[in-house]
Design a protein around this ligand. Structure first.
Ligand code: PHE
Ligand code: ZN
Length: 880
């Protein structure tokens, strides 16, 4: 295992390689235990690099079988090979030379799922971020671009398809029942985009004609028998290709685009050039086995990986500090795609919810880091909500500041100027500054300063002068390694809503404001609106134009006024959500102090009115009815958190709303679209509204039979899974629940992805007894400890999705996680480290739980022989 060296990599240490790679030619002879890899690389010494400087290549757990220079063996004194590096001395001064490196790998025993491994009999590689060095010695860094030729040899019977990046060159029979295939990728690429797949898989095929009239073969490989479940992914792929042409002018650049779905994968999917590898969870769907949320994820991730072909592959990153250059931008692009394919406001609401649920806590805790980190010990720990989601918000802000036209010009310039480059954030920003003529220096702080800025807002109405003043003040708390912060450029979209519900159009004085956006660039600024006909209500940070926390004392009446009159659907939801959050926070505080809760009558009225309002789209009404989660309430409270009190308060409010609106919910629960299932956004929205209404109606009735009837009658997974969840979470002891769980399990015993839902539903059942149930499930025979999806479905769902269960006051939940992290770390460090991040907010708990959490973290730290991945996380979490 690559254990912790404690080495800290720094952005400021960047230096190009001493040698330049010209091309690479790889040959693989696949075998489960002894795959032979021959790598021939042509290099030359970079100009100005002294002849005494050796070539030093990266490795990870490698053994060198042989080394040739220009086809000849060299004296052993001229090189050193260790598991993690190969050093060669005395190389030519300036002439190109070829090295031939032979290594042998054991894919079958590679449990880290990095490098070349086997999953369900399929050979597959994962090279981002530093997996290529587990295959051969190479410059395994993103700024080394090379043209790859790949030859794969394998047994004909077991390994029918032999795939790699680029275009197919040819293939045929080899020797003794073996065959071969050769691939050539004309586009220079970094090693992290290399991929190889060998297996006996089912194939779904289609074609796409690009904007210039070229026909591209599209192929999706899945396990035999699962071909029909790849149809939606194929459809999403074609829509993505078309959309990128229309919206960004980006055309695909090879004759073939392939996707392979595998069942053991550490992440969602991987954008290898021309050969994407996917976690099968994000490819396979049909109405019987996938929920509406699964369909939406598949669409988004297929698009995301496809969009990387330009933002990531054609233009890649100079070093891993620039990860957000490809990830933030590509998330921005997949968000825009989904918004266009579905309802834009509903999509935006879901994004805001996710950002606040995952990224805000990261930014507020010990793992906080800038969108572009400046140091790291283990880069795998930086595939975070901050790099991805906040990185996307930063791109979105650029568009808000520049406007759509200048933004597109900046993107065009970026593609034109940097095609073929390994670029930096500075390169990216310069394109927008140039295209718009705007100075983006202050704005660029969004990439370097960690933490969520706070903006406090106050207003003053002068009824005689008819002026309205809005005062904004920004602050940014210290984060690890950054004790002092500079002032940010925060673009805040806003609206002034007049008493009659119309919007005030006049522009303010006091700073830059145009096109409905106020630019907060100083610590404190007052914007004055004149000739305002009546006292307006300000709706600020409309559509979540900036990822900040707004502190504003707005009365419930004002929030209700916004939620009634806002023309912008997202802002309307924001007002409702703020209103609900404020109530739930107050109720949670009362519950913690053992006091009676205040009535939720007004909140219930607004929610029920929204539920009934047929002028609003069903998906929006469903979002409005989904109260802020327990974790949202905890985040707002911020410190001394008692998860049980939050749960008690939230359940009480839910029950009150449910009883007050029982008739409405009962009607809506029965309103789901009839007829054949369709995954489109409108039908999904109707199911979402019916589903949340069914949940409220069941709460009002305090009986399991409605959910059980829905479960029995369900003809698609969305309704079935929703019913199972209501049963397991609201009526854990009921016979109906036991029946449903058993029938679900036996019905889907042969379908791992669906069985994952059975595990996660139980893992998320609130209450202190779930911890024991999770222990039981961990010990059950069909719990596959090596499959990341299964591990996440049980342990991940429990620790990240069950506040009362995981934060059990006696610390049993933390101890369970600690034991699992140490055990999993021995097999798959990346998975272990990611699971552990569920404890990132431990310091905001009440003292008793905080102490239990600290002890659990110490038990991990002291377990010995940790991977670099886990030790990096645990040490950052414990640092004061
Ligand atoms: N680059 C992948 C993406 O599209 C994520 C990933 C990172 C996958 C590392 C595997 C390993 O976001
Ligand atoms: Zn990505």
């Amino acid at each position: 295992m690559r254990t912790d060296t404690g080495h800290v990599f720094k952005l400021t240490d960047y230096k190009p390689t001493d040698f330049v790679v010209e091309r690479i030619d790889l040959t693989f002879e696949l075998d489960p235990k002894a795959t032979m890899v021959v790598s021939r690389v042509i290099l030359h010494r970079r100009e100005g690099v002294g002849t005494d400087v050796p070539l030093v290549l990266d490795g990870d757990e490698l053994t060198l079988d042989s080394l040739l220079i220009d086809g000849m063996e060299i004296d052993a004194s001229l090189y050193d090979a260790t598991p993690d590096s190969l050093t060669i001395r005395d190389l030519p001064e300036s002439a190109p030379f070829e090295i031939t490196v032979t290594t042998t790998l054991s894919p079958e025993t590679n449990t880290k799922l990095m490098g070349l491994y086997r999953t369900n009999g399929v050979y597959c590689t994962q090279c981002e971020s530093e997996g290529f060095r587990r295959i051969t010695y190479f410059y395994d860094r993103p700024d080394v671009l090379a043209v790859y030729t790949v030859t794969i040899i394998a047994s004909k019977d077991e390994t029918k398809q032999l795939l790699s990046n680029g275009n197919f060159l040819g293939g045929g029979n080899y020797d003794e029942g073996r065959h071969f295939a050769a691939w050539f990728d004309p586009h220079p690429k970094p090693s992290y985009l290399f991929a190889l797949v060998g297996g006996d898989l089912g194939l779904v095929e289609d074609t796409f004609t690009t904007m210039s009239g070229r026909e591209v073969a599209l192929k999706i490989y899945v396990e035999h028998g699962k071909e029909p479940r790849a149809a939606y992914a194929m459809d999403a792929l074609k829509r993505s290709m078309k959309w990128d042409e229309e919206m960004f002018g980006r055309e695909y650049d090879l004759d073939i685009f392939q996707i392979v779905a595998v069942s053991d994968f550490n992440m969602g999917a991987m954008e290898n050039k021309g050969l994407n590898v996917f976690n099968d969870k994000y490819v396979l769907a049909d109405p019987e086995t996938a929920t509406d949320a699964d369909y939406a994820n598949i669409e988004a991730i297929i698009a995301h990986e496809y969009f990387h072909n330009w933002t990531g592959n054609r233009i890649t990153c100079r070093d891993w500090f620039q990860l957000c250059l490809k990830e933030g931008l590509t998330v921005y692009r997949d968000h825009a795609f989904s918004a266009d394919q579905r309802s834009a406001p509903v999509k935006r609401i879901a994004e805001i919810r996710l950002l606040k649920a995952h990224q805000f806590p990261e930014d507020a805790g010990p793992l906080a880091h800038p969108v572009r980190p400046e140091t790291y010990r283990e880069i795998n720990n930086f595939y975070t909500a901050t790099v991805y989601e906040k990185g996307s918000e930063v791109v979105r802000m650029i568009r808000t500041i520049l406007g759509a036209d200048a933004f597109r010009k900046g993107m065009d310039l970026y593609f034109e100027r940097h095609d073929g480059d390994a670029a930096t954030i500075e390169d990216f920003i310069a394109c927008f500054a140039e295209a718009s003529g705007r100075d983006l220096k202050q704005f660029a702080l969004w990439y370097s300063q960690a933490g969520t800025p706070s903006v406090s807002v106050s207003s003053e109405w002068n009824d005689t002068k008819k002026t309205f003043k809005v005062t904004l003040e920004q602050s940014l708390a210290p984060t690890p390694g950054q004790s002092r912060k500079a002032l940010m450029h925060i673009p805040l979209a806003y609206g002034l809503i007049l008493p009659d519900g119309s919007e005030f159009e006049g522009q303010p004085t006091g700073g830059e404001a145009s096109g409905g956006v106020i630019h907060l660039t100083k610590r404190k600024q007052t914007f004055t609106f004149s000739d305002v006909p009546g006292r307006p209500v300000v709706s600020i940070n409309r559509g979540f134009s900036a990822p900040v926390n707004i502190a504003m004392e707005q009365s419930p009446e004002d929030l209700a006024h916004i939620s009634r009159h806002e023309s912008d659907g997202v802002a309307r939801w924001q007002a409702l959500n703020d209103y609900a959050t404020r109530h739930l926070v107050a109720a949670s505080r009362l519950a913690r102090d053992g006091r009676n809760l205040m009535p939720a009558g007004d909140l219930a009225d607004v929610l029920i009115a929204t539920a009934k309002d047929e002028t609003l789209e069903p998906a929006f009404r469903a979002q409005a009815l989904a109260l802020p989660a327990e974790s949202d309430i905890a985040r707002e409270i911020g410190s001394n958190i008692d998860p049980d009190a939050i749960h008690t308060a939230r359940e009480a409010v839910l029950a009150e709303v449910a009883r007050a609106g029982q008739d409405v919910f009962t009607t809506l629960a029965a309103s789901a679209a009839k007829g054949a299932y369709s995954p489109d956004a409108t039908a999904a929205g109707q199911r979402a509204l019916a589903g949340v209404s069914m949940s409220y109606a069941s709460i009002a009735e305090a009986a399991a039979d409605r959910a059980k009837a829905a479960f029995d009658a369900a003809d698609n997974m969305t309704v079935l899974a929703q019913a199972l969840q209501v049963l397991a979470h609201q009526f854990p002891g009921a016979d109906e629940t036991q029946d449903a769980l058993e029938s679900f399990k036996s019905r889907y015993a042969e379908n791992p992805l669906v069985l994952d839902k059975w595990y996660s539903t139980q893992a998320m059942a609130p209450g202190s007894s779930t911890c024991d149930r999770v222990e039981e499930l961990l010990a059950s025979p069909d719990f596959d400890h090596t499959n990341p999806n299964r591990v996440r479905a049980l342990i991940g769902a429990f620790t990240a999705g069950n506040p009362t269960g995981f934060n059990r006051a006696d610390g049993a939940g933390y101890r369970l996680l600690a034991r699992q992290v140490v055990e999993i770390d021995g097999r798959n460090p990346q998975l272990a480290a990611r699971l552990l991040t569920a404890m990132r907010s431990w310091r905001s708990l009440e003292p008793g739980r905080q102490e239990q959490a600290r002890l659990a973290l110490l038990s991990i730290r002291d377990a010995g022989k940790l991977s670099a991945d886990v030790s990096d996380i645990v040490e950052r979490m414990l640092a004061a």
